[in-house]
Design a protein around this ligand. Structure first.
Ligand SMILES: Cc1cc2nc3c(=O)[nH]c(=O)nc-3n(C[C@H](O)[C@H](O)[C@H](O)COP(=O)(O)OP(=O)(O)OC[C@H]3O[C@@H](n4cnc5c(N)ncnc54)[C@H](O)[C@@H]3O)c2cc1C
Length: 437
C-alpha cells in the first residue's frame, strides 16, 4: 500500500497499544537491519510486519560483497554455516559469449559474495532484530501514519491481519518519535521494474558465479526482451529469473513469466532447469528501482530499502541498498534523537536523503537511461557484441554496479563508459581472457 501522512490523521480514536523511540514498518531485510542497528545504539524499537510467522518467500538472495560487508557490520558472519554459499564473481553471458569477472577488489570489503534461500536471509535478519531486543509484531498491518497537530508523523495506525491480509481484530495505534518505512516497493507509489523467478533442483547449484544474461533468446533463436540470471545456492537449488528493469516498463508478470519459460527451454538440458525439476511457484514482484523519495525523510518518516526505491536501477539488485539504507537511516535517527528541539531533530532527519545518495554512490540519470536501453533486445545485442568481448570494460561495468561508499559518483553507463563501448565498437576483436565456449 501507499501510505500518506494523513491516512490515519490526528483525530484517530483507535486504542494506543504501545510506544517506542522508533517504529519500523516491515520486517524485510531493510526493516530488520534498521531495527538491529537502532537497538545496537540503545534505542527502543517496535517492528510491525504484515506477514505472519509462517510466511516464507521462495527464491534465492544473491548478495554482493558490499552486502556481505553490511551483514558483518551488523555482526552477522557467514563463516561456519551451511546455509550460505560463497560466490567469487559474476559471469556475463550473451550473444554466444561468456565472460567471468571476479568481484572487484575493494579495500575493507569482503572478497566474496553470498547466496542463500531468500527465506534464510529474511529469517536471519529478523531473528537478529528480535535477539537485539526489537519488539517484532507479526500478522500486523500498518494502515496509515498518525500525525500531531502540526502534521508531523508521531506514530502509525495498525491492525491485526490473517495470512491473507484480512483484519482479525480491532485497529490500534503505536506512538513513536520517528517512523521508518521499510514496507517495500509499494510504498513508493511509483512505477518500477519487474522481475519473475523460479526455483529448481539442479546440478548447477554449486556454481560460484552469479550468472547474468545480457541478452535472451528462445529455442528457435528469437530475441527476447529483458535480462536473465541463474544463481546457485549450494543446497541443491538454483533460481533462474528474468527482469524488465526500466521503471516505465509496460511488461506484465505474465509476459515476464512467458519470457522466462521461452528462455529456459533454450538452455542446455544438462542444467535441468525444466518443469519437472521446479521446486516452487513462480515469484513475480516489482523491483524497488523507483528512487521516489529523494528527500529521504518527510514529516518524520524515513524510507529504507525498496520503500526508498533504492534498488540498483540497472541491475535490479536491491539487497545491498536495503542494508546500506538501513544503516544510514539508523545512524541518522540516532543522531537526530540526541538533539533537543523539534526543528533540530527535523533538520537532522532531513539530511538522510543526501546521506543515502552518498552512501549508494549513484548517478541516477545515467542509470535510468541504461536500464531503459538494456531492456531493448537491439541494445542488448550491441552490448553483447561489442562490450562483452572486452574483459577490461566488463570489469569496469561490474565495479560501477557495486560502487564503494563515498566513491566518486559513477555508474554502469557514465559518459566515460559509453565512450569505451563506442571505441570498442569501432575496433571489433576479442580481448584476452574472454571465454568463448
Ligand atoms: C524475483 C526477485 C528476485 C530478486 N533477487 C534479488 C537478488 O538476488 N539480490 C538482490 O540484491 N535483490 C534481489 N531482488 C530485490 C530484493 O528482493 C529487494 O530489493 C529487497 O527484498 C528489498 O528489501 P526491503 O526490506 O526493502 O523490502 P521487502 O523485502 O519487500 O520487505 C518489505 C516488508 O514489509 C512488509 N510490509 C509491506 N507492507 C506492510 C504494511 N502495510 N504493514 C506491515 N508490513 C508491511 C512486507 O510483508 C515485507 O515483509 C529480487 C527481487 C525480485 C522481485
Amino acid at each position: 500500500m501507499t501510505f500518506s501522512p494523513d491516512a490515519a490523521g490526528p483525530a484517530s480514536a483507535a486504542r494506543a497499544l504501545e510506544s517506542a523511540d522508533v517504529v519500523v514498518v516491515g520486517a524485510g531485510p531493510a526493516g530488520s537491519a534498521a531495527a538491529a542497528h537502532l537497538r545496537a545504539a540503545g534505542l527502543d524499537v517496535i517492528v510491525l510486519e504484515r506477514a505472519d510467522a509462517g510466511a516464507v518467500r521462495t527464491g534465492t538472495a544473491a548478495l554482493t560483497p558490499q552486502a556481505v560487508g553490511e551483514l558483518r557490520a551488523l555482526g552477522i558472519d557467514d563463516a561456519g554455516t551451511q546455509r550460505w554459499h560463497r560466490t567469487t564473481g559474476v559471469r556475463f553471458v550473451g550473444g554466444g559469449m561468456r565472460l567471468a569477472v571476479a568481484w572487484p577488489d575493494v579495500a575493507g570489503r569482503p572478497g566474496h559474495g553470498l547466496t542463500c534461500a531468500q527465506a534464510v536471509l529474511d529469517d536471519t535478519l529478523s531473528s537478529y532484530a528480535v535477539a537485539s531486543g526489537a519488539r517484532v509484531h507479526r500478522a500486523t498491518e500498518v494502515t496509515g501514519f498518525q500525525t500531531d497537530a502540526r502534521g508531523r508523523v508521531n506514530g502509525v495506525a495498525a491492525q491485526p491481519v490473517d495470512g491473507s491480509g484480512q483484519p482479525t481484530g480491532a485497529g490500534f495505534t503505536v506512538g513513536a518519535r520517528v517512523v521508518i518505512d521499510a514496507s517495500g516497493v509499494a510504498a513508493t507509489g511509483q512505477p518500477s521494474g519487474l522481475a519473475v523467478s523460479v526455483d529448481f533442483a539442479s546440478p548447477r547449484h554449486l556454481d560460484d558465479h552469479v550468472e547474468t544474461w545480457l541478452s535472451l533468446t528462445s529455442a528457435d533463436g528469437t530475441r527476447l526482451p529483458g535480462h536473465g540470471w541463474i544463481v546457485g545456492r549450494g543446497d541443491g537449488h538454483v533460481t533462474a529469473g528474468v527482469g524488465a528493469l526500466a521503471a516505465d516498463t509496460s511488461a506484465t508478470p505474465d509476459q515476464c513469466a512467458g519470457v522466462l519459460q521461452q528462455w529456459l527451454t533454450a538452455l542446455p538440458a544438462g542444467w535441468q532447469l525444466t518443469e519437472t525439476t521446479t521446486t516452487g511457484p513462480v515469484r513475480a514482484a516489482r523491483l524497488g528501482t523507483a528512487r521516489a523519495h529523494r528527500d529521504g525523510a518527510r514529516d518524520g518518516v524515513l524510507h529504507v530499502g525498496d520503500a526508498a526505491g533504492a534498488a540498483h536501477p540497472v541491475t535490479g539488485e536491491g539487497l545491498t541498498a536495503a542494508l546500506v539504507s538501513a544503516r544510514v537511516a539508523a545512524a541518522t535517527v540516532v543522531e537526530a534523537l540526541t538533539r533537543t528541539g523539534e526543528s533540530e531533530i527535523a533538520t537532522t532527519l532531513a539530511a538522510y536523503g543526501a546521506r543515502l545518495d552518498d552512501a549508494l554512490g549513484r548517478h541516477e540519470r545515467w542509470d535510468r537511461l541504461a536500464a531503459r536501453l538494456l531492456d531493448r533486445p537491439s541494445v542488448a545485442r550491441l552490448v553483447t557484441t561489442y562490450a562483452l568481448p572486452r574483459e577490461a570494460l566488463m570489469k569496469r561495468v561490474l565495479r560501477h554496479a557495486t560502487p564503494s561508499p563515498g566513491a566518486p559518483v559513477e555508474t554502469s553507463l557514465t559518459p566515460p563508459t559509453m565512450v569505451s563501448v563506442t571505441r570498442a565498437a569501432a575496433h571489433p576483436g576479442t580481448e584476452r581472457g574472454v571465454d568463448q565456449r
